[in-house]
Ligand binder design. Sequence first.
Ligand SMILES: *[C@@H]1O[C@H](CO)[C@@H](O)[C@H](O)[C@H]1NC(C)=O
Ligand SMILES: *[C@@H]1O[C@H](CO)[C@@H](O)[C@H](O)[C@H]1NC(C)=O
Length: 324
Amino acid sequence: MLSQNFFSILIALKFIPTALSQSYTQNAHFKGRDFFGAFNWETFDDPTHGRVNFVDQGTALNTNLSYADNDVFIMRADYHQIVPSYARGRDSIRITSHDAWGDSLLILDLAHMPEGCATWPAYWTISKNGPWPQGGEMDIIEGVNLNSNNLASLHTTTNCTMPQTRDQSGQVISTNCDAAVNYNQGCGVASTTPNSYGSGFNNNGGGWIATWRSPNAISHWFWPRNAPNVPDEIRQGDCGVVTPGDNWGTPDATFVWSQCDYNSHFDPHQIIFDLTLCGDWAGNAFPTAGCGPGNCQDFVDNTPDAFQNAFWEINSLTIYTPQS
Ligand SMILES: *[C@@H]1O[C@H](CO)[C@@H](O)[C@H](O)[C@H]1NC(C)=O
Ligand SMILES: *[C@@H]1O[C@H](CO)[C@@H](O)[C@H](O)[C@H]1NC(C)=O
């Protein structure tokens, strides 16, 4: 009897702390040149109809639109050439990870994001299986033109909505995630943390963005570079084990599954960083964005200087998966 009780206690000790603490172990860490091996440089026409010409990796390296050393990875739109009207658009980049992840914790240490009129940068994930919107889309950093607040959204198949009130500091913009309604607006939450997007983010040295995806929720936290409360495991960026959510405070945005079945709307996702110009969102918003006079395409074609700050500068991206 004694040994049987002892065994039961061992079982309890083994499983209860694991279930409560939800530890995640490092699965991948991308820094500097790692991005060249881990991501594909896409060259298709921008599906959002941007005035861009996505270039392949070789071209990006030859023209320095993508650059890495031991410490940073940079990718950008061209800021030297006038774009002829017959061209597909201004040279830019869209990279997609070869691998895909389901439940996970993504920690991005970002020094700079593309900013300025006509820009529409995004750091986001999409189902590897698809076809879109099957398997879901998760937008982590997104905005256009001179926006100052980051927008985090989900886009899904039908029957996925979000409650108005959730555990988040951000502002609810829309609650229906179904890509087939509201012209694919998705369900979005705007960050209310200062310097979460654009020139404010960049002038402040960027910061850290943590994304925790689980069967309980998808939550995003943002800590500006000078935040006093950045958790050690976030600042360090290359840990073996992380327990997400511990002392991280209220997330900027949270998406929950009370009105959305997680397993039927989300499957493993690839990670994408891109920079498009004009197109369905930035182009339509351009006339009222304080970027005029003129239209978005003329601006892109004829003012290369305006794109000097249209670049991503990534310090590292670390991915953790649930400890089994
Ligand atoms: C390429 O870009 C990097 C990062 O912006 C810069 O430090 C470097 O000087 C550039 N190289 C050339 C040849 O322009
Ligand atoms: C919609 O999703 C809810 C769970 O969020 C589920 O109970 C319901 O059956 C679904 N409706 C349809 C028509 O699939």
